[in-house]
Design a protein around this ligand. Structure first.
Ligand code: BES
Ligand code: MN
Ligand code: ZN
Length: 492
């Protein structure tokens, strides 16, 4: 994506779409721009009078006579609130139109250029994402994405700052799309070994310290809980760790992501309907790895470790059985009543390993952990649970900014009590109510007092309806920008 700024008010001739962002009630003023041909201004003014263009919704007008081929009015809605977020969302919605019209070279008229140019690029790149890895493409009619944006900067714009924001937005959007590629890959193309290879390649290229443990090492470390899930699969489980260190860092953050490359449920097998969606059960892993990719580019003044426990949850003759009792790396024993509650079983050992080896000041885990979160919150936001009010508030704020929205659920001692085992220290399922919270309560035991938050993204990792920049049927990349922005803030 090539973005450049100009200060004079002229449209270059190769432009194929002129983009005009407008707020409700400010359209007349926006149409005064000298960039518009008089004929187009007339047509657009009539459409405004007829209330076809209101500033609430986007409006696309092909104008074959003009030197810019088409005009896209981005409807930003009411002027109050966060302009850059509104621009990103409106652009995300318009991305499909721009793709369908095969536009490559946009010209953007922009007020508040410093902040908003980046938001525009972000919305566009996120909105134009496709997953074509396994499709035979029509060679005569290949998909087209925007490659060039010329921004007409408002008077007085700090072009250096604007360009810096744009560069950051491009890397962030690429990181989200990179994470989406991991999430969308089918189970046969995304095994724990493949995930480890992808993560290692990215980490090595960007200067992270990469460690990958196999089952032998995990056995030696006593990760009985993680290995219990893995024993029903022929694919070897992996524990993937990427570490970023800054010489002036005073804090260390750990990001732990659930990496179930396919979750059939094990002996407590899932129903056939919709089971194919369980290829998305590694989207927590994709989120932390995507965030790490972004962090490795941004180089904030903080240490970050990204940890991904990865396995399949399948069935064979060795598979773990309901009632089996295993010993986790922490020493705590766990009764496995339901083999489909496997996410917590792999996360708990990953958390213990992370605490022991990296002693983080903050730890976040992110996981497609419970169907119950969909019952409770639907597909518009993810759940956050934390005993740390300050951390929860900062994460919720980072989510509002990135449109990775979070809603907090309680996490009390009463909930943790519900996870006591009959014959072991813990049971991996609760009494059948508050399923999202009891899963979080189980994990809270393994945070051992570290400042920690748990994000349940089962309703938002795909089928996400909380942002316009995402096709619902595909992996959303939820969490990448949220986590990276939170880490970057913490480093300031
Ligand atoms: N990966 C699933 C959670 C899930 C379900 C994500 C539906 C997205 C959509 C998780 O491993 C799981 O199976 N959880 C069980 C837990 C239960 C057995 C306590 C669930 O939610 O049914
Ligand atoms: Mn499961
Ligand atoms: Zn799962």
């Amino acid at each position: 994506m090539n973005v450049h700024f100009i200060t004079q008010c002229v449209v270059e001739h190769e432009v194929d779409c002129l983009v005009l962002p407008v707020f409700e009630g400010e359209i007349a003023k926006a149409l005064e721009t000298r960039l518009l041909q008089p004929e187009d201004r007339t047509i657009l003014s009539i459409l405004v009078e007829k209330k076809q263009i209101t500033g609430k919704e986007n409006f696309y007008l092909p104008t074959p006579m003009a030197n810019y081929e088409s005009v896209l009015i981005l409807g930003l809605g009411k002027k109050e609130g966060c302009a850059s977020r509104k621009l990103r969302e409106a652009t995300g919605k318009a991305a499909a139109t721009i793709s369908a019209a095969k536009k490559k070279h946009l010209f953007l008229e922009l007020a508040h250029t410093e902040l908003c140019a980046g938001s525009f690029v972000e919305g566009l790149m996120l909105g134009q994402y496709r997953y074509d890895e396994f499709r035979t493409l029509d060679k005569e009619n290949p998909p087209v994405a925007v490659s060039e944006i010329c921004v007409h900067a408002a008077d007085g714009t700090d072009l250096f700052l604007a360009q810096a924001h744009v560069s950051r937005s491009i890397v962030q959007a690429e990181s989200v799309n990179w994470a989406r590629d991991l999430g969308n890959a089918p189970g046969n193309a995304m095994t724990p070994s493949i995930l480890a290879a992808r993560a290692s390649a990215m980490g090595t290229e960007l200067g992270a310290e990469v460690t990958v443990l196999g089952e032998k090492e995990m056995t030696a470390l006593g990760m009985g809980s993680l290995l219990a899930v893995a024993q029903g699969s022929d694919q070897e489980a992996k524990l993937i760790c990427l570490k970023y260190s800054h010489t002036k860092a005073t804090k260390t953050v750990a990001l732990v992501g659930k990496g179930l490359t396919f979750d059939a449920g094990g002996i407590s097998i899932k129903g056939a309907k919709g089971m194919e969606e369980m290829k998305f059960d590694m989207c927590g892993a994709a989120a932390v790895l995507g965030a790490m990719r972004d962090i490795l580019h941004a180089k904030p003044m903080i240490n970050v470790v990204c940890v991904v426990p990865s396995t399949e949850n399948l069935i064979n003759g060795k598979a773990v059985k309901p009632g089996d009792i295993v010993k986790s790396m922490s020493g705590k024993t766990i009764e496995i009543y339901n083999t489909d509650a496997e996410g917590r079983l792999i996360l708990c050992d990953a958390m213990t390993w992370t605490l022991k080896n990296h002693k983080p000041d903050f730890m976040i885990d992110i996981a497609t952990l419970t169907g119950a979160v969909i019952t409770g919150l639907g597909h518009h936001c993810a759940a956050i649970m934390s005993k740390d009010d300050e951390m929860a508030a900062a994460l919720i704020a980072a989510g509002d900014e990135s449109s990775d929205r979070l809603w907090r659920l309680p996490l009390w001692e009463e909930h943790t009590k519900l996870m006591k085992g009959k014959d072991a220290d813990l049971c991996n399922i609760g009494p059948g109510y508050a399923g999202t919270i009891t899963a979080g309560a189980f994990l809270s035991v393994f945070a051992e007092g570290t400042r920690w938050a748990h994000l349940d993204i089962a309703g938002t990792a795909w089928n996400y309806k909380g942002s316009s920049c995402i096709s619902e049927k595909l992996a959303s990349g939820f969490g990448v920008r949220l986590l990276s922005n939170w880490v970057n803030k913490l480093a300031e």
